[in-house]
Design a protein around this ligand. Structure first.
Ligand SMILES: [Zn+2]
Length: 264
């Protein structure tokens, strides 16, 4: 199996000690391509650095809604600059988080809309974090208008909401929670996502798949999510790997690179 982890935070300090080992385990598990996602300026710059230093790594840069209250106009200009770097393939993660409410909601909505406009100008797909905020996410997306590409990261909503996002040109990325023994809604969502819009991700170091819950997540564990989806859809795991990898290339406009794995 050859997999693309479309959302991980290898730029997080959780990997400071053992980044090389984590990468080796990802490689051994067939996770040959990874998108490292930023959430503020420092983590976005760190993501670019990792992407520049490692084959198969790409970067996304952006301001998480938690940061909204702290982001200045200068920060947004710097973001535009970062988006021009060669291995930067998306703007994210951006969105709204009404669960933690770390920044005022109006400020979150403003920053979300500003970053959508930047993505539009720079012609980059967006990676969207939505927590207890689907109605407002949809509203801001619709107001932003136009045809954009993007990803609903670690999707956890209903089938109906998924349809609305699909209509807005979004890909649906499924993470570790699909493996949880109490997951009921997510398997139903997986069955309804059109083949061409399905992505998989780990969101490492968070959302570790079953039965490894409780420990730090890492890209190698993406295999468990791929296997669970192949069970749900009753298709060969290879097919899920190929499909989601090809979708990632399309979504992020990446040219496939030569296979370097050892699984034949
Ligand atoms: Zn994330």
């Amino acid at each position: 199996m050859r997999l693309f982890d479309t959302h991980c935070h290898l730029n997080d300090e959780a990997y400071q000690e053992d980044f090389t080992e984590v990468m080796a385990r990802a490689q051994a598990a067939g996770v040959e391509e990874l998108l490292v996602v930023g959430y503020d300026l420092a983590s976005s710059e760190a993501a670019i650095k990792l992407a520049e230093e490692n084959h198969g790594l790409y970067a996304a840069v952006g301001f998480h809604p938690h940061e909204a209250a702290k982001v200045s106009d200068d920060d947004l200009s710097r973001l535009e600059e970062l988006l021009t770097y060669k291995k930067v393939v998306a703007l994210g993660e951006i969105g709204l988080d009404y669960y933690y409410d770390n920044s005022p909601r109006e400020t979150q909505r403003q920053l979300f809309a500003q970053q959508l406009a930047i993505a539009e100008n720079m012609n980059k797909p967006v990676i969207i974090h939505a927590r207890e905020a689907h109605a407002d996410i949809l509203q801001v997306l619709k107001e932003a208008g136009k045809n954009r590409r993007g990803v609903m990261h670690c999707y956890s909503g209903s089938v109906e909401l998924a349809r609305e996002y699909l209509n807005l040109n979004m890909y649906i990325a499924i993470g570790g929670p699909v493996t949880f023994t109490n997951a009921k809604k997510l398997p139903e969502v997986v069955k309804k996502i059109p083949a061409g819009r399905l992505l998989i991700e780990t969101d490492s170091p968070y959302l570790t798949p079953h039965p490894l819950r409780g420990r730090r997540n890492e890209p190698a564990y993406l295999v468990r999510t791929a296997l669970r989806i192949s069970e749900i859809l009753e298709v060969n795991p290879e097919e899920i790997a190929d499909l989601t990898r090809t979708n990632a290339y399309a979504c992020f406009e990446i040219s496939p690179r030569p296979h370097i794995g050892n699984d034949g």
